[in-house]
Write a protein that binds this ligand. Structure first.
Ligand code: CMP
Length: 147
């Protein structure tokens, strides 16, 4: 089973779309392994996106991500990284395929509702960036739902 990191960004939080986005991932067959709402410092956001620090969109991206709380979550499934990347759609919400998360909940290439890890290696780094090992929960739905 793979795990991947998803960030629900300030635009989606502001639109009260957090619940709908979590439901969409649940319904898509992913299993929630960790979840929290946080307001990281600007410095933490700069570190998280440091790979883009030379890009022209870096400062506006950091400012946008710094404007309000975000929700960070870990989703688990077979091939979770590629499954989630396909499900969220293209970076620019204007170009994202119909029915994808960014198409449904985003606006453009900055206000694009969610971030998701782009490789297994980055997923591991990004998950440990936001979560302590003990915050990643390993459980079995059937173990108590059937009780
Ligand atoms: P995300 O998946 O969070 O990874 C980096 C982010 O940078 C990306 O989503 C976009 O929100 C943003 N981004 C990427 N390209 C552009 C661009 N050309 N203009 C503005 N923002 C961008």
């Amino acid at each position: 089973m793979e795990k991947t990191l998803v960030i629900i960004k300030p635009d989606a939080v502001g639109k009260k779309a957090v619940g709908n986005i979590i439901t969409a991932f649940d319904d898509f067959g992913l299993k929630l392994a960790a979840l929290k709402m946080i307001k990281p410092s600007r410095n933490v956001i700069e570190q998280f996106y440091s790979i883009h620090k030379e890009k022209p969109f870096f400062q506006p991206l950091v400012e946008f991500m710094d404007c309000a709380p975000i929700v960070v979550c870990v989703w688990e499934s077979e091939n979770a990284v590629s499954k989630v990347r396909n499900f969220i759609g293209a970076t620019d919400s204007q170009k994202a395929d119909k029915g994808t998360i960014r198409n449904l909940f985003g606006t453009n290439n900055r206000k694009n509702a969610v971030h998701a890890s782009d490789s297994l290696e980055n997923a591991e780094k990004e998950i440990s960036f936001f979560f302590k090992p003990e915050e990643i929960l390993n459980y079995n739905y059937d173990a108590w739902i059937s009780k």
